[in-house]
Ligand binder design. Structure first.
Ligand SMILES: Nc1ncnc2c1ncn2[C@@H]1O[C@H](COP(=O)(O)OP(=O)(O)OP(=O)(O)O)[C@@H](O)[C@H]1O
Length: 368
């Protein structure tokens, strides 16, 4: 039965360095998939390991359903084996000397489940992960993707209250990774288990998560639906980490509602979306996704002329480097034709709702 997970003011300090997790709070509703996304070292794995009980938190409360499983200030620390959690890791943690069926049956055997029930549950789990016809094969005779399916079936077979997945696709080749990525969401949803999925790959996060929690330096910066993360990133780091590769520096010269007029360093004026805290006169950094730039113009706001400095044809899309505002912007256009040759001039339209202004003292995270 799936249950809610609640993490309150979690802190983990290792013996050296800054806290690996610094006051992180979030909930995962029963049956929900939350993806923890962030660069290497941001604290995703440590958060997951604290939930699993493999790491001892320094402070904070972790509850699964009605059970408080960890509360160091109150001396509570439930051992991992009592938490009834399923786990799938990067490495294929399968037992090489067993068949597929024996691997998946193992947790039930360990729990002394009657044979008939075990067989039924193993059959169901193998069907869900698409491995029914492989059940009698030695597990070592499978591909990497199939081994991860075995690991997944083995974690689901005893109906854990929570499923934790730590970069389960990162050892697979690109093609298998895409296939299993799409299947994983269907499988997790079909079993209705509450899940946390850790990755540094934003494409994986968008496909898999009901909500995505973006982490950096031990903090949770934004926890929201993939669409909200993508369309209204909370800060410059979230915008950049999820693919806003363009940045325009300027100064706010006028505000109205949640928009304002920004003057670039080279003197052009653009209308952009601005947070309330940014007052007239403030320096601002505008983040902009390559696909937000409308090549060929359109509309009557934020129309400029740019020069094509370079272009890279990818078959189904073309990436252009545009010289404009005294710098460069990267633009992306879908389609199988290169419409603007290098050296040509092109009109561009920049929709104000997709130009996100942030305080200029925010760090962008581009160093990661
Ligand atoms: N056992 C440990 N002892 C000391 N520091 C640790 C330990 N485990 C993790 N850390 C530190 O805690 C921070 C967070 O690490 P964590 O593994 O949670 O990050 P991550 O976001 O999962 O990164 P990755 O994707 O590389 O695994 C890092 O600075 C890391 O060096």
């Amino acid at each position: 039965m799936s249950e809610e997970l609640k993490v309150e003011r979690l802190r983990k300090v290792f013996s050296v360095g800054r806290p690996a997790i610094d006051d992180v709070s979030f909930k995962v509703a029963a049956g929900e998939i939350v993806v923890l996304l962030g660069p290497s070292g941001c604290g995703k794995t440590t958060t997951l390991r604290c939930v699993a009980g493999l790491e001892h938190p320094t402070e904070g409360i972790i509850s699964i359903g009605k059970d408080v499983v960890s509360a160091p200030e109150r001396g509570i620390l439930m051992p991992p084996r009592h938490r009834n959690i399923g786990m799938v890791f990067q490495s294929y943690a399968v037992w090489p000397h067993m068949t597929v069926r024996q691997n998946v049956a193992f947790p039930l055997k360990h729990r002394k489940t009657p044979r008939g029930e075990t067989n039924k549950k193993v059959d169901e789990a193998l069907a869900i992960v698409g491995l029914s016809e492989y059940s009698e094969r030695p597990v070592v005779a499978l591909s990497g993707g199939q081994m991860q399916r075995v690991a997944l079936a083995r974690s689901l077979v005893y109906q854990p209250r929570l499923l934790l997945l730590d970069e389960p696709l990162s050892n697979l080749d690109a093609k298998l990774r895409l296939r299993l990525r799409d299947d994983l969401r269907r499988i997790i949803k079909q079993t209705n288990v509450t899940a946390i999925y850790v990755t540094h790959d934003q494409a994986e996060a968008v496909v898999l998560g009901d909500r995505i929690g973006v982490m950096r330096d031990g903090k949770m910066l934004q926890l929201a639906s993939p669409q909200d993360i993508y369309n209204t990133p909370a800060d410059l780091f979230v915008a950049n980490f999820t693919g806003a590769s363009n940045q325009i520096d300027g100064k706010v010269i006028e505000r109205s509602g949640n928009e304002g007029l920004v003057e670039t360093k080279s003197g052009e004026r653009l209308r952009a979306t601005l947070p309330a805290a940014l007052q007239t006169g403030s320096p601002v950094k505008i983040a902009l996704r390559p696909e937000a730039i409308r090549l060929g113009g359109g509309g009557d706001t934020n129309i400029f002329t740019a020069k094509v400095a370079d272009c890279r044809y990818h078959g189904t899309q073309t990436v252009y480097d545009l010289a404009v505002f005294g710098g460069k912007l990267e633009a992306l256009e879908l389609g199988t034709e290169v419409r603007y040759p290098v050296g040509s001039e092109v009109k561009i339209a920049l929709p104000p709702s997709l130009l996100w202004g942030y305080a200029a003292n925010e760090t962008s995270g581009s160093e990661h």
